[in-house]
Design a protein around this ligand. Structure first.
Ligand SMILES: [Ca+2]
Length: 303
């Protein structure tokens, strides 16, 4: 079986942990590298969290530290949601920092793309700073990017502000570069996650699945806190499941532009489904029972 070669760009992050767990263990995926970016928490913490997951799975996939701040805008932090470490709730052992390469993530991404004999899919599940830097500094690497499937944005309402989703809000200028790169882009926004929130009963099922399920259960319980019984949205995991099962999702093409200067709407993904010049596919929904099955089945490959 030909595996999908992918690069994950991430700011772990609790839902990132779910996406990475699936990706590192799924037999149809070949993770070439993981790059980290400032986002949910600062770059040292997101990098440490990526290393914790690498260690948890005893994975050989290299981790590279990326951008410590957005291109232009001020740093925003989501430790209120994800905990002080960015992945509070599970007691990971201390990580071995010697596992971390000293090559910058953008340099590593460029090298891996240029050396690859087949095009690689990039899965950004944090702010798009690293990807914008890659496309700007090394446009020659674009020829070996098969497609980008990113978590970010929304065709409807936002989460960090009424109209802006967190990943795009954190670095709107980077997002504007990526969305206008002429690459094949799929936007997995808030809409799809909100169409298929996991119930607390489903999240509780994780506890008996395997060691990974136990780990994610503890992270999700911490993440949702008093709202646990209202259900959990595992935003970043949708990117991986969309890559594996695109036909299970409702998708529409659209032209998406990023509001970079709005006083009240900075970071909004202005999504025009009627545009004659679409620049991406927007993933809109999935049947919640189908999603539950895809999510739980994907985790059965984990330890
Ligand atoms: Ca993330």
């Amino acid at each position: 079986m030909n595996k999908h070669p992918i690069i994950i760009d991430t700011d772990p992050g609790i839902d990132d942990a779910a996406a990475i767990s699936i990706a590192l263990n799924h037999p149809a995926l070949d993770v070439k590298m993981i790059s980290t970016v400032n986002g949910n928490v600062n770059i040292d913490k997101t990098t440490a969290n990526a290393l914790k997951l690498k260690q948890f799975f005893n994975s050989d996939v290299p981790i590279y530290k990326g951008a410590a701040q957005p291109l232009l805008t001020d740093i925003v932090d989501a430790s209120v949601v994800h905990g002080e470490s960015g992945m509070n709730g599970f007691n990971f052992p201390t990580v071995d920092q010697s596992e971390l390469s000293n090559i910058h993530a953008v340099e590593a991404m460029k090298s891996i793309l240029l050396k690859s004999e087949v095009p690689i899919t990039i899965i950004p599940i944090g702010p798009l700073t690293n990807i914008a830097l890659l496309l700007t500094l090394y446009p020659e690497a674009k020829r070996n990017i098969d497609k980008i499937i990113l978590m970010g944005g929304s065709a409807g309402r936002g989460n960090v502000t009424p109209l802006a989703e967190f990943n795009i809000f954190c670095d709107p200028e980077a997002a504007q570069i990526v969305f206008n790169s002429d690459l094949t882009i799929t936007m997995v926004g808030l809409d799809v996650a909100r169409s298929s929130t996991l119930s607390h009963e489903t999240v509780d099922e994780l506890n008996t699945l395997n060691q990974t399920g136990k780990m994610l259960h503890q992270l999700f319980k911490h993440y949702r806190g008093d709202d646990f019984e209202k259900g959990t949205n595992v935003y970043d995991a949708y990117t991986i499941l969309y890559l594996l099962h695109p036909d299970s999702f409702v998708v529409a093409s659209a032209n998406v532009q990023i509001e970079t200067s709005g006083l009240l709407t900075k970071g909004a993904t202005v999504t025009d489904f009627k545009s004659p010049q679409p620049n991406c596919d927007v993933v809109l929904s999935i049947d919640s029972e189908v999603f539950k099955k895809l999510f739980l089945d994907s985790l059965k490959h984990c330890i």
